[in-house]
Design a protein around this ligand. Structure first.
Ligand code: HEM
Length: 543
């Protein structure tokens, strides 16, 4: 995009979305109908749910409580230095909003951002998800969407991927990729390669531990974890070892450049899509940097997909499950393979990386839990260098409970976002279709109404054998949704769990972890997670 100013249609789109929904009657609400009809969602064409049960008795939308927006400056000023929400951590912000305004809070008046409803009641969250229809709508990364569909439509050719597109286009894409990525057999196929990648990560951890008298991981250990997730995702997305975990990576190597670019990419996404930003109307410095980085990813992606196609296995005796994910995607549609490989890299590094960081931190702080996990692993992996196999993973129930408990206390997203596609009543208020609702599940996961000792790391709560109050068996189904919900839920869930299971098994089987610092701070940048340097002490186990 060479023009200094974004095309006028973008500005108009943003302006429309900045307007708060002031609808109070069903007729006015239908103003957004054409948009959804364009997406072809038949459910929206029918009149049957125009007035859902309880609509006439519900209070109008405009009465939903929330921080009052002032003329012109809206609510933005509340987040400025000295004001009530300045630098307030996400969890605390939502605790305060819920306390002040109740289970449904409306926030508008943040420049160039859509107004949003925060839902804190699991029954409301259930209603939103159960009414999301077959093509749920989730907005979140407009900068990424704009890049693919407008800046580099030459490369993506109208196939925007699964992360940001909506409606029928999303559904068609997702139907193709689900068949390949959501299969348990697909994930299992990668156990050996994930084991290889984890071995290199273990070597690096060992080297860091020996490099200082305290046996601590470096301040930027989180980036080292990202190298491991990028290398793991590279195997799946590109069918290729990128080489990010090699010690002394050359500055100009692709691996090093990819690592640096992905760290910057997430920082920039946060600045463009989460913080107020002028990129939607101007070619800001951050926007230009962002496009440059995404261009680099596009170029690498194209190169690797072409390489994979050129080396594709033409042996007709080989079963579908012996082929790589990328090969199978490319067999169906090369454009889909290209966009999906890019999505996997964007969605698969920071997410699994932050979850791994949190898991290691919780294990380091809880030596008894760590030892219990180690005993489970030792029964399956007699030697420190025993490979992880799919049978080991099937049997390792405590390991799975550790990962679940990690995602309860440190989910990558504080909640799930949906744009409602039907009118509905939430907490006694009329909610018009077309409203963005963020279900803040993190708040529920931290509430003793739903979890006993909610702030403590207790994997036992997820074990089937656990009885009584601690057990998760009576948990409301919409309180704990770390991978989202329904047809739009995380497509990488199986792959992420596989990576984490293999990586954590190897680390805990080889090392003793401990934490010698005050409790780490958690918070949100693009994603939620630990904010402090991850200086975990790592000691080699004897056997
Ligand atoms: C622990 C790691 C991960 C967590 C906790 C996680 C969580 C999530 C969540 C909460 C969503 C939104 C779901 C919704 O709206 O209902 C999502 C979407 C998505 N995730 Fe993950 N994710 C993880 C790892 C991965 C990996 C490794 C990949 C790579 C394949 C991936 C690919 C995606 C994609 C492509 C979407 C968008 C799906 C769509 O909109 O149809 N994720 N993830």
């Amino acid at each position: 995009m060479s023009a200094k100013i974004r095309p006028i249609y973008t500005i108009i789109t943003r302006k429309i979305s900045v307007n708060s929904p002031k609808q109070t009657t069903v007729e006015v609400i239908s103003g957004r109908d054409s948009y959804y009809k364009k997406m072809g969602n038949k459910a929206l064409d029918s009149d049957e749910d125009l007035k859902p049960e309880g609509w006439d008795d519900a209070k109008p939308f405009k009465e939903i409580p929330g921080p009052k927006a002032l003329p012109i400056i809206g609510n933005f000023w509340r987040f400025l230095p000295g004001a009530e929400f300045y630098n307030v951590e996400m969890l605390e912000l939502h605790e305060r909003l819920q306390k002040q305004h109740g289970n449904l809070t409306y926030l508008n008046g943040i420049p160039l951002k859509d107004p949003i409803l925060f839902a804190y009641d699991p029954d409301d969250i259930e209603k939103v998800h159960r009414n999301e229809g077959p093509w749920p709508i989730r907005y979140g990364l407009p900068s990424f969407d704009y890049y693919r569909n407008h800046v580099r439509d030459d490369a993506y050719q109208g196939v925007g991927g699964v992360l940001t597109v909506q409606g029928e286009e999303w559904f068609k894409f997702r139907t193709v990729v689900n068949k390949i990525l959501m299969q348990p057999r697909t994930a299992e196929m990668y156990v050996d390669s994930m084991d290889d990648v984890a071995n290199e990560f273990i070597d690096n951890i060992r080297r860091f531990s020996k490099s200082n008298s305290k046996n601590e991981m470096p301040e930027d250990f989180q980036n080292e974890i990202y190298k491991w997730t990028l290398e793991s995702m590279g195997v799946i997305a590109f069918n290729k070892r990128i080489g990010c975990l090699k010690p002394n990576l050359q500055k100009d190597s692709t691996g090093q450049k990819l690592i640096e670019s992905s760290v910057q990419l997430f920082e920039l996404m946060y600045k463009l899509d989460v913080l107020p930003s002028l990129w939607t109307i101007l070619n800001t410095r951050n926007w230009r940097k962002y496009v440059k980085i995404l261009d680099f990813f596009t170029e690498i992606n194209m190169k690797y997909v072409n390489e994979c196609m050129a080396n594709a296995n033409t042996n007709s005796n080989i079963s579908e499950y012996e082929k790589s994910v990328l090969e199978r995607l490319a067999q169906t549609d090369k454009k889909i393979a290209f966009a999906m490989a890019g999505d996997m890299i964007i969605a698969g590094i920071d997410t699994t990386g932050r979850t791994m960081a949190a898991a290691l931190y919780f294990l380091a702080r809880n030596p008894e839990i760590q030892e219990k996990l180690r005993q489970e692993l030792k029964s399956q992996m007699p030697a420190k260098d025993s490979p992880v196999t799919k049978n080991i993973l099937r049997e390792s129930l405590y390991l799975k409970a550790v990962i679940k408990e990690t995602t309860r206390l440190s989910p990558i997203s504080i909640g799930n976002m949906r744009r409602t596609v039907r009118n509905m009543v939430l907490s006694g208020y009329q909610i018009p279709k077309g409203t963005d609702v963020l279900s803040v599940t993190l708040l529920l996961c931290m509430n003793e109404k739903h979890f006993q000792k909610p702030k403590e790391f207790i994997p036992e709560r997820w074990l089937r054998t656990t009885q009584g109050e601690l057990s998760h068996k009576n948990l409301h189904q919409f309180v704990f949704l770390p991978f989202g919900y329904g047809p739009r839920s995380c497509i990488g869930k199986r792959l992420a769990n596989l990576e984490l299971e293999v990586g954590i098994s190897k680390i805990i089987r080889n090392f003793k972890l401990s934490w010698n610092y005050p409790e780490a701070k958690f918070g949100m940048q693009l994603l939620y997670g630990i904010q402090d340097p991850l200086k975990i002490k790592v000691e080699e186990l004897e056997d």
